[in-house]
Design a protein. Structure first.
Length: 329
């Protein structure tokens, strides 16, 4: 009996040791994953995100931006200047030399400081100077001030670099070409998640009206105006202002506007009226499309056909009921 109890106590001690070891192992894993410093979680931010600056040849312009470290650890920051080029039609850009040397801004910039360590919860001001050459080509010049933080500070830490940037859109005064047109304007429907296609027929509102502006000039342009939506009787259904966005030279920028309401029916016309550039050049465009709630129309049609079939099948009984009704009257 005593021997059996000793075995039970021994097994309980072993089980207790296994549980303690398991808890210690889990604690170690969580400590490594969540408590140890991680370079990829630096989470720095930069502001402002965009500068729009007008200059003359030979000007020297100074400005500043801020880099903030919201984390609870110090990080090493490096500041670089790169050219950028538009990517796609959504207003995104990518660090690239493909935009052309004539649009470059990189060689005009001086940064102070260009590298530093920023403490937890601290903000560092970065001064930058734009030295515009006297023979600078008039028009748009573009660059990005990039703040980057890299890892690799110690064993077990991930060395994933984070880069964020502030865009500089500089317009050098002089004879520039301001030329823009509306490449297309049409409703779009969602065919998959975040995937849309143009259409002339829409089932329900509100309508997503997609306008594509193409800049054929040598400086960035910002169209200003509105789109007016009218029904088949010429009545105003909606009026939406065009979002204020920059369109870079030799690029297309698409703008989506939500217009109208859910229940719409018939033919609609959308008219764009806008201006752009320093001389307020006009922009106009018009498009028509149909809104037909075919699902609802189909159900109503089927219901009417069923009702008609019932009336045809019951016509003899209906005639007899009418005779009895009128005789009784």
């Amino acid at each position: 009996m005593e021997f059996s109890q000793k075995i039970k106590h021994s097994n309980l001690r072993k089980l207790l040791l296994v549980i303690i070891a398991g808890v210690f192992l889990l604690y170690s894993i969580f400590y490594i994953l969540y408590s140890a410093p991680r370079a990829h979680a630096a989470g720095i931010s930069i502001s402002p995100l965009t500068f729009e600056i007008n200059v003359n040849p030979g000007d020297v312009v100074t400005n500043s931006l801020r880099v903030h470290n919201p984390t609870d650890g110090s990080v090493q920051i490096n500041i670089d200047v790169e050219n950028f080029a538009p990517r796609g039609e959504e207003g995104k850009v990518t660090v690239s030399e493909d935009f052309g040397e004539s649009y470059s801004l990189r060689d005009w910039l001086i940064l102070n400081p260009s590298s530093f360590t920023i403490g937890p919860g601290s903000t560092q001001v970065i001064d930058f100077t734009i030295q515009v050459p006297r023979n600078a080509e008039p028009g748009g010049h573009y660059g990005s001030i990039l703040a980057s933080v890299g890892g690799g500070a110690g064993a077990g830490q991930l060395g994933i670099a984070q880069k964020i940037g502030s865009l500089l859109l500089v317009n050098v005064a002089g004879p520039v070409e301001e030329k823009m047109w509306v490449k297309s304007m049409t409703p779009v429907i969602e065919t998959a998640k975040d995937t849309y296609q143009d259409t002339d027929f829409v089932e329900y509102g509100p309508i997503i009206m997609r306008t594509r502006f193409e800049n054929l000039g040598t400086v960035h342009l910002k169209p200003r105006g509105y789109v007016l939506l009218k029904d088949m009787f010429g009545r105003e259904v909606a009026r939406e202002e065009i979002p204020q966005v920059n369109v870079l030279p030799n690029s297309i920028r698409r703008v989506d506007m939500e217009m109208g309401q859910k229940w719409m029916f018939g033919k609609y016309t959308a008219d764009l009226t806008a201006i752009y550039g320093s001389k307020n050049e006009p922009l106009t465009f018009s498009t028509s499309f149909w809104v037909i709630p075919w699902t609802a129309v189909t159900f109503v049609g089927i219901g009417l056909l069923i009702l008609l079939w019932i009336l045809i099948k019951a016509r003899k009984r209906l005639k007899l009921a009418f005779k009895i009704l009128f005789r009784g009257g």
